[in-house]
Design a protein around this ligand. Structure first.
Ligand code: NDP
Length: 383
């Protein structure tokens, strides 16, 4: 509503807003269903290495087929071929963004209900059911619901939402071209930064196996809705905003934005991959030196050097810097493009607190020692 009707300005909820709410159409249902089916087939049948996931509470480890890179390349090729032959012009997605958003919402709720109703049946090992129906629906009732070897969390976390994010960005850039005959420099920057974020994810797909989401978060409505609705439709707000705000940027402003994004990326990817490698091989050198390790009673360990020696979540800081660079591309005409870094800051600060509580319970004295060694939660010297 803010983007389409109010020209990118914020608006308070109103009757007009309710009247405007888009409804799904036959076409939007076909696009969402086709997209989910296409991505599911790629995950099921695409070639890729089988990798062991984290150790579960019963001591076993699930196998994951890492074929995200393959799926990503096939998806890009399919979208390019569809666009080239005018079979599926990208700007179509821009025209139908409202109906697609409504459809994705309904799909996420239906899947959330199916996950709840099918708990215990979906081949999930390591069930973690609470006494609360709301909690079980919202947060999910199982850590790893699966249909055979098809891992639902891995699928929704990475495939349909992340790829739709890029597809929608491209659609919005094409829409700008259709309307004004050019694609502005800020639009190219935003789409390029987002594209890089997603390419990087698929290139390092395996690193998701040691993240909080895979190791500790159940898969239920919350993650599913986040993956299917929030990521593709909120992360593209900046690109949508830029369709009709085709300002220019000086060369020095563009260079500064690229530098900020690159710094964010280096911190984000560096920290995430360092922890992933540490979890697989705790003796692997960190920045050319033996890692500083805090041993945990019972066999595990915590890394207290490299990025993980600067703050306890440098990966969150990197993510925030990147999000800020994307918003700054949009200028200062409206607060709307800044919603993304603002919400991300709230999410990551809250997430760090949750992770802190969980690690304190899991690692006891070792976590206390780690926190005494690495005092800052996210931003070294500040927070
Ligand atoms: P992390 O990848 O940081 O994972 C946290 C887990 O890492 C902890 O539970 C613990 O698990 C382990 N860990 C923590 N400290 C140490 C240490 N010192 N040494 C070794 N292991 C440690 O968190 P997230 O999964 O939250 O985030 C992953 C990435 O995803 C981040 O870059 C984040 O910014 C991004 N993200 C982005 C979101 C978005 O909307 N854009 C949303 C959420 C995340 P264990 O000990 O069990 O291994």
């Amino acid at each position: 509503f803010c983007l389409v009707i109010k020209g990118g300005q914020l608006a308070l909820p109103s009757k007009e807003m309710l009247q405007w709410l888009p409804a799904p159409t036959g076409e939007s249902i076909a696009i969402v269903a086709g997209w989910l089916t296409f991505q599911a087939l790629l995950q099921l049948a695409g070639p890729g290495r089988l990798v062991e996931g984290p150790r579960l509470r019963d001591g076993t480890r699930l196998l994951y087929r890492m074929n995200g890179w393959f799926a990503w390349c096939v998806t890009l090729a399919a979208l390019a071929a569809g666009a080239g032959r005018q079979f599926f012009p990208p700007a179509v997605l821009a025209e139908k963004a409202g109906a697609l958003l409504a459809t994705a919402n309904i799909a996420a709720f239906l899947i959330g209900i199916a996950l709840y109703a099918g708990r215990g049946l979906l081949g999930a090992r390591d069930e973690r059911v609470s006494d609360s129906v709301v909690c079980n629906f919202w947060l999910g009732a199982a850590l790893n619901p699966r249909i055979g070897s098809f891992d639902l969390k891995l699928f929704f976390e990475s495939r349909p939402g992340l790829m739709a994010w890029v597809a929608l960005d491209v659609a919005f850039a094409c829409r700008q071209h259709e309307l004004y005959g050019f694609v502005s420099a800020p639009m190219m920057l935003v789409c390029g930064f987002h594209f890089w974020y997603v390419v990087d994810y698929f290139w390092h797909e395996e690193a998701i196996l040691t993240t909080w989401d895979v190791k500790h978060e159940n898969f239920g409505w919350m993650l599913c809705w986040g993956d299917l609705v929030w990521v593709p439709f909120i992360y593209t707000v900046q690109a949508y905003y830029l369709i009709d705000h085709a300002h220019s940027l000086s060369a020095s402003a563009m260079a500064a934005l690229i530098v900020l994004n690159v710094i964010g990326y280096v911190v984000f990817r560096g920290a995430n991959i360092q922890k992933h490698r540490f979890r697989n091989d705790p003796r692997r050198p960190i920045w050319g030196r033996p890692p500083r390790i805090i041993d945990v009673q019972g066999g595990s360990a915590l890394l207290a050097s490299g990025w993980w020696g600067l703050s306890r979540h440098m990966n969150y800081l990197g993510d925030l810097l990147m999000a800020l660079s994307w918003s700054l591309c949009c200028g200062f005409g409206s607060p709307l493009p800044y919603f993304h870094p603002a919400y991300l800051a709230v999410l990551l600060i809250h997430r760090e607190r949750r992770d802190h509580r969980m690690c304190a319970a899991q690692y006891g004295e070792a976590w206390k020692a780690y926190c005494a060694t690495v005092r800052y939660r996210i931003v070294p010297g500040l927070y």
